[in-house]
Write a protein that binds this ligand. Structure first.
Ligand SMILES: Cc1cc2nc3c(=O)[nH]c(=O)nc-3n(C[C@H](O)[C@H](O)[C@H](O)COP(=O)(O)OP(=O)(O)OC[C@H]3O[C@@H](n4cnc5c(N)ncnc54)[C@H](O)[C@@H]3O)c2cc1C
Length: 460
């Protein structure tokens, strides 16, 4: 290890860092990892996992209501926020320990401290002051929520970090933003019984998603009683009689108990010492990397949200694993970011893989298959909600370019359909797949009549 104390120093114990450290250690590398907050990172501590537990909690109300049509008499249900948060915290603490012991068992030396880069081969462990010389450094520091834009009284708002630890359940909540985190929390609080206002400066939710999904979720949320305030911004927040008064750009004032700002996240690169190693961040504050997650400094790599490629846990994990295979396993591996199945845990849920109709139309002629129907369960429950599915197919090759679903189980469905789409399935492959009856997802293999959209250049 000529001149180095260790082979790899990983900064950040989140999804990407933990995977990279564990796999590198498995290849025989001497590895240290520093985590300044809690082991497991955003996903485990204050992201995907606690959020999904809250999503589960928020959906029982629907189940209790729906049960009546099936003959059940359910006494008026009562919800206790403190119990939910306590149980959630116990589970998160358990998971944190699992992460910690998986690293320790792999032989990784853990430091519960902030770490900063001192040069392209040296890291300072802030708590002890120790300087460690590492052959390779991996930056896996993730991202943090930003409360933007800065407005008077903005400090009265909370971010997704704090929302998991509220002492009191908010009877009224204003959610600002329309990305997946904003719509998920709007759905969670609506399901738990809050009066939810969702404020967004644009005209539709979920920018970047297929327009039918964006409109579909907006309609479903309006039907569920979420007060959608689109094309508006918030101008200031004031304390008012124990509540928060949010003044909107249309002059209206919303009085609420909490304001959740979910307008974006920024990579954790400030004060990390990157510039000393010759690494400049981009305009978003992210670390630019090549396909192997290598930065401009040959001994420094970066994975996960800090690189702002696709900010999702499975992507960070895959990038961390590929890094370890490349550098320590003698198996150079590039992560393919072109097809990433993803779910939005709104209620109703969304599952997506591949191109939106708008993107696909820019490539060439496409055939669009759509269906919207009432789920079988809704026939007896009486719930007024529809399932929507859409296939986007390349007209020439018949390859399925995109699948978009809103409805119960969409996240689970899209994971399985994602295999077929990743393998390059054609519409004929979907058609020859036997349906599973009676399910909602059988519609994916029974849609027959497309409408064909000509590529703009071919029209006229
Ligand atoms: C509310 C919410 C819900 C989400 N839901 C989903 C979801 O459903 N599905 C999904 O795929 N993704 C989801 N995500 C995104 C997912 O959490 C991230 O993409 C993922 O955690 C990124 O992993 P990472 O390793 O890059 O960073 P992180 O998991 O953020 O880990 C980075 C770690 O580095 C530590 N750190 C930072 N700087 C230093 C330093 N200088 N020294 C030491 N330690 C440091 C941090 O404390 C942190 O623990 C969600 C995110 C949020 C906020």
């Amino acid at each position: 290890m000529s001149g180095f104390d260790i082979d790899l120093f990983v900064i950040g114990g989140g999804s990407g860092g933990v995977r990279a450290a564990r796999i590198a250690a498995g290849y025989g590398a001497k590895v240290m990892l520093a985590e300044e907050y809690r082991m497991g990172g955003t996903c485990v501590i204050r992201g995907c996992v606690p959020k999904k537990l809250l999503v589960y909690a928020s959906r029982f109300g629907d189940e209790f209501e729906d049960a009546a049509g099936f003959g059940w008499t359910v006494p008026k249900a009562r919800f206790d926020w403190a119990t939910l948060i306590r149980n959630k915290d116990t589970e998160i603490a358990r998971l944190e320990n699992v992460y910690r012991s998986s690293l320790a068992n792999a032989g990784v030396e853990i430091h519960d401290s902030r770490a900063v880069i001192e040069d392209a081969h040296a890291v300072r462990i802030v708590k002890t002051g120790a300087r460690v010389r590492a052959r390779t450094i991996l930056v896996a520091t993730g991202a943090h929520p930003v409360l933007e834009p800065v407005i008077p009284g903005g400090e009265l708002g909370i971010s997704s970090n704090e929302v998991f630890h509220l002492d009191c359940f908010p009877e009224r909540i204003l959610v600002i933003g329309a990305g997946y985190i904003a719509v998920e929390f709007a759905g969670i609080f609506c399901g738990l019984g809050s009066r939810v206002t969702l404020l967004h400066r644009g005209d539709k939710l979920l920018r970047g998603f297929d327009d039918d999904i964006r409109v579909g979720l907006g309609d479903a949320y309006a039907k569920r009683g979420i007060d959608l305030r689109l094309d508006r911004t918030v101008e200031k927040l004031d304390r008012a009689n124990g509540a928060i008064a949010a003044t909107l750009s249309d002059g209206s004032v919303s009085n609420v108990d909490q304001v959740l700002v979910a307008t974006g996240r920024r990579p954790n690169t400030a004060g990390l010492g990157l510039e000393i190693a010759g690494i400049e961040v981009d305009r978003a504050g992210a670390i630019p990397v090549d396909g192997y997650s290598r930065t401009l400094a040959p001994s420094v790599y970066a994975v996960g949200d800090v690189t702002n490629r696709a900010n999702l846990t499975p992507v960070a994990i895959r990038e961390g694993h590929a890094f370890a295979d490349t550098v320590f396993g003698d198996r150079p591996t590039i992560v393919d970011h072109s097809l990433i199945p993803t779910a939005v845990f709104s209620s109703p849920e969304i599952g997506v893989i591949g191109m939106s109709e708008a993107t696909a139309r820019l490539r060439g002629d496409v055939a669009i298959y759509k269906t919207s129907f009432r789920a079988m369960k809704a026939t007896l429950s009486g719930r007024d909600e529809r399932v929507f599915m859409k296939l986007i197919v390349d007209a020439a090759s018949e390859k399925v370019l995109g699948v978009h679903i809103i409805g119960e189980g969409a996240g689970e469905i899209i994971q399985a359909v994602g295999i077929a789409v990743t393998m390059g399935a054609t519409k004929a492959d979907f058609d020859r797949t036997m349906a599973v009856h009676p399910t909602a997802s059988e519609e994916l293999v029974t849609m027959r009549t497309p409408f064909v959209v000509k590529h703009p250049q071919a029209v006229g």
